[in-house]
Ligand binder design. Structure first.
Ligand code: AMP
Length: 214
């Protein structure tokens, strides 16, 4: 199968994409990972992409589309789960054209639907261990001793970009840019919305049930 996974930041899209790809025996293709590999290799593309990524901006469409065209043409992309692409309407069009050219049309796009209020609630209250990186949540996964990591006894703190206002800003950007992408797939009868509220395993099962229907 060839699918696109869509969802707001903090919807657990990346985690689900890895699991679904393994289940389908498909390539997990995440633009963020591809860019990070280019940056690590210090390629020309990596150096350019880093200018945008470092400031939290999207890499220009033409650069992203060229990278993905090349990646999707590889033999292992016969089946894939796309994660983080397309993020703009221009990218959705470019993906459609590239896949048509390859004779590998998309089976569907799946949206992990999580209300903004839940995203803010999940992100706000998240605690990170300064020493080992373990993640906790004041409500959903509290540490045994307040402020102390269960694993390594390190000090827990709140991530700087997890304040309600920054989380809301990330969501605003997501809705502005992604709404047209959802419409793009909806118009083609290719969008399936999956309830993204619940435990990760439950959401995975919902996604797999929808995939079976395809
Ligand atoms: P991610 O790992 O998906 O959060 O991506 C990390 C960063 O890579 C993003 O903040 C963007 O700067 C860039 N990026 C990833 N995917 C795309 C895309 N489809 N279009 C443009 N930039 C992207």
């Amino acid at each position: 199968m060839r699918i696109v996974l869509l969802g707001p930041p903090g919807s657990g899209k990346g985690t689900q994409a890895v699991k679904i790809a393994a289940k389908l025996g498909a390539a997990h293709i995440a633009t963020g990972d591809l860019f990070r590999a280019e940056i690590a290799d210090e390629t020309e593309l990596g150096l350019l992409a880093n200018e945008y990524i470092a400031h939290g901006n999207l890499v220009p469409d033409e650069v992203t589309n060229a990278l993905m065209r090349e990646r999707l043409a590889r033999p292992d992309a016969e089946k894939f789960v796309l994660d983080g692409y397309p993020r703009t309407i221009d990218q959705a069009g470019a993906l459609e054209t590239a896949l048509e050219g390859l004779g590998r049309p998309l089976d569907g796009a799946f949206l992990i639907d999580v209300p903004d209020s839940d995203i803010v609630e999940r992100a706000v209250g998240r605690l990170l261990c300064n020493s080992c990186g373990a993640i906790y949540h004041l409500r959903f996964k509290p540490p045994q001793v307040a402020g102390i990591c269960d694993v390594c006894r390190g000090i827990l703190s709140v991530r700087e970009d997890d304040t309600p206002s920054t989380v809301r800003h990330r969501l605003t950007v997501y809705h502005r840019i992604t709404a047209p992408v959802l419409k793009f797939y909806e118009e083609r009868g290719k969008l399936t919305r999956v309830d993204g509220v619940g435990a990760p395993q439950e959401i995975l099962e919902r996604l797999l049930a929808e995939l079976k229907r395809e």
